[in-house]
Design a protein around this ligand. Structure first.
Ligand SMILES: [Mn+2]
Length: 237
């Protein structure tokens, strides 16, 4: 079995370069893998599966091509696109997976998460997450008109970026004791996550933690093929 992991593309209609890099990736590198895992923040924002601009339609088309070639697509929610739903995934035959997603590979327990759940020092963010992940909030939000939802999402985005500006660096990274305690509790050997935009391979007490990078000047993916793990980055031209 071969697996490819990506996260934090933050696609929106302002970054054509990233969209294009993603489509190139899907039509070349990704074809070498049976399973493509997009583990959060494929999109910069998601206000409901009924929102479809040109960018969204193109993404659906390219993902559909990938599954038509026999590839499996797994989608995990990120902190920005947590409203991605089954309607969206059905359009290209993708499957939504829970965060965390745990699977066994070569007798190793692999724990896959977007990564925001590890950042427990950022209490403000976790209170916000608790609110927007409640079914009540989501139901109310999705009942608003599309324009109203876009307006609310814009407001939330501005709030969070101004809050984050004043936050200490450590708040924006994982809390290592949280990571260790989860790994211990679930007997995990390998953790794969994104979110923090600090791509790196960490050798922790429990095993290895692969942190994916966000797509910006470079794109990042974790390749699991022939039993080997490789965190790879290439320039976006
Ligand atoms: Mn994120």
């Amino acid at each position: 079995m071969s697996y490819c992991f990506i996260s934090d593309l933050h696609i929106d209609n302002k970054r054509d370069d990233i969209k294009t890099a993603f489509f190139n990736f899907l039509n070349t590198i990704a074809l070498n893998f049976e399973n493509l895992f997009i583990i959060g923040d494929l999109f910069e924002v998601w206000v409901g599966d009924d929102y479809q601009d040109q960018t969204v339609l193109e993404v659906i088309k390219e993902l559909k091509k990938f599954s038509a070639n026999g590839g499996n697509i797994f989608i995990m929610h990120g902190n920005r696109d947590f409203l991605l739903g089954r309607d969206f995934c059905d359009k290209f035959g993708g499957k939504i997976i829970d965060d965390p997603y745990i699977f066994e590979f070569n007798n190793k327990q692999i724990y896959v998460s977007h990564g925001d759940a590890f950042c427990t020092d950022d209490i403000e963010y976790h209170n916000f997450k608790k609110m927007v992940r409640s079914s009540k909030w989501q139901e109310n939000f999705l009942n608003e008109t599309l324009n109203k939802r876009l307006e609310i999402a814009n407001g939330l985005r501005k709030d969070s970026s101004s809050l984050n500006k004043n936050k200490d660096e450590y708040l924006m990274d994982v809390n290592l004791s949280e990571v260790e305690s989860i790994a211990l509790k679930e007997s995990i050997d390998i953790i794969i996550h994104g979110h923090v935009h600090r791509p790196k391979i960490h050798h922790e007490k429990f095993g290895t933690r692969y942190v994916l990078g966000d797509w910006d000047k470079n794109f990042w993916y974790l390749s699991i093929k022939n039993g080997e793990f490789n965190l790879i980055s290439k320039e976006i031209k």
